[in-house]
Write a protein that binds this ligand. Structure first.
Ligand code: GDP
Ligand code: IMO
Ligand code: MG
Length: 423
């Protein structure tokens, strides 16, 4: 099948960037289909760490073309910084990185609106990355947004000004205490726009569909995670795009019947950054160990990630919504040394045991019910074959496979590209 999808099954940061990088040699094209610089995708190889926000994670491979699809929102300033970080690699960016004319632009005032909206929410804030994601998608669906292709039109600055003026009134409306110097922000923004205009803009749906006709293979790279999906996530504590499989169709212009495998990435435990419900969250020593050993700090904001046990009810829900055909388990190495591992296999929902992910998973409604499995002591980080993995880890994987009824095809045992075991 021409197009495979790779997406996160939890609340993001599952390790998508690492696996896209590992799989890129099998594909002609890697395409991001939603989200924007709220994402932070970490790749580690040859002793160096790279964090990508908007640029697809196939960029370091010589052969693959990387497409930023129409469903993505682009902040020209952050995009420029990402490109600057890539400069030393001498990549042929003009031909290797193609940008959809239909992708929407994040303006400086979108970021200010994000900050004002969050400040006005007080304790109920989403915990947004403050990259302007929500306001930009609001302008997209509100039919007011600016797109990359607009930059090729003569009057784009007038359109920019009209939208910015409107945003300034909206910022006033929030009466939030945020300070900013718009002139400074605009100087940086306009300089970044000029750089962006040097890149290759394409009608990406046309490009991708011709590629499919010509027998090319495509890997669509998701951002965020299924539980942050605008429809299926823990609303309103979600992001503003469809992070699930259907988002790849709308975010790239690819028909559902062109989709083959759906690779679902999950951590062997669970993390979440930002606010919102998290039934299996831990506040004890076990959670602290996951956080410390897993180095659980956001790749975009540096915020500490909340940690907890693997939630199989949530995982099964994500597998169903996405039609996952293969699972990839990340960070099993972080669980080495736990005597017992708990996995959530049902919820006590308002006093009744349930086996599905309910509408409202807030703490006062849901208590996780756990099954205990035996842990393992061995350090996995040097292991390279399935045969070397401890029996308890293989049992843990088998339990997950049986529960969600999808096989695990990759086990990741460390952050480096090489620490990846095919099962
Ligand atoms: P993404 O947003 O899904 O691409 O994931 P992030 O890059 O935000 O977060 C994943 C973090 O875990 C990064 O710091 C990775 O380097 C790291 N990582 C990925 N896979 C593994 C693994 O198997 N073991 C360990 N210990 N770290 C991993
Ligand atoms: P990757 O692609 C983890 C979270 C934020 C916040 C909520 C809304 O690296 O997995 P937004 O900025 O989108 O308005 O924030 O979503 N969030 C992420 N959490 N990984 C991400 O991306 C995230 N992108 C957004 O923390 O709770
Ligand atoms: Mg991330």
């Amino acid at each position: 099948m021409a197009v495979n999808l790779l997406l996160g099954l939890q609340w993001g940061d599952e390790g998508k960037g690492k696996i896209v990088d590992v799989l890129t040699s099998n594909y002609d094209i890697i395409a991001r289909f939603q989200g924007g610089p709220n994402a932070g995708h970490t790749l580690i190889f040859d002793g160096h760490k790279h964090v990508l926000h908007t640029i697809p994670s196939g960029i370091f491979h010589k052969t693959a073309v990387n497409v930023v699809g129409n469903g993505v929102v682009i902040d020209p300033v952050i995009f420029q910084k990402e490109l600057d970080n890539l400069a030393k690699f001498n990549l042929d960016i003009k031909s290797k990185l193609l940008i959809s004319r239909k992708a929407h632009l994040i303006l400086p005032t979108h970021r200010l609106l994000d900050a004002a909206s969050e400040a006005s929410k007080g304790k109920a804030k989403i915990g947004s990355t403050l990259k302007g994601i929500g306001p930009t998608y609001m302008d997209k669906t509100g039919r007011n947004g600016m797109r990359v292709g607009d930059l090729e039109l003569e009057d784009w600055k007038e359109r920019y000004q009209a939208l910015t003026d409107k945003h300034l009134k909206m910022i006033d409306f929030y009466e939030a205490d945020i300070e900013f110097n718009l002139k400074e922000l605009e100087t940086t923004f306009f300089a970044a726009i000029e750089k962006l205009k040097e890149l290759t803009f394409i009608d990406s749906e046309e490009y991708l569909n011709s590629a499919i006709k010509n027998g090319k293979s495509i890997l669509a790279e998701g951002a965020q995670g299924s539980l942050l999906d605008i429809d299926f996530g823990t609303y309103p504590f979600v992001t503003s795009s469809n992070t699930t499989a259907a988002g790849a169709c709308t975010g790239l212009g690819i028909a559902p019947n062109k989709i083959g495998d759906v690779f679902g990435i999950f951590k062997a435990y669970t993390t979440r950054v930002g606010s919102g419900p998290f039934p299996t969250e831990l506040f004890d020593e076990d959670g602290a160990t996951m956080s410390k050993v897993g180095m659980e700090f956001g790749a975009t904001t540096g915020r500490p990630r909340r940690c907890g046990w693997l939630d199989l009810i949530a995982l099964k829900y994500a597998v169903e919504v996405n039609g996952v055909t293969q699972l990839m388990m990340m960070k099993g190495d972080v669980l080495s040394g736990f005597k017992t591992l708990k996995v959530c296999t049902s919820y006590n929902y308002k006093g009744t045991e349930v086996h599905h992910f309910p509408y409202n998973v807030e703490e006062h409604n849901v208590t996780p019910i756990y099954t205990e499995l035996k842990g393992w002591k061995q350090d996995l980080t040097g292991m390279t074959t399935i045969e070397e993995l401890p029996k308890e880890l293989l049992d843990y994987i088998k339990f997950i496979e049986d529960f969600v009824e999808v096989p695990v095809s990759i086990v990741s045992v460390g952050p480096d590209r090489k620490q990846t075991i095919l099962k």
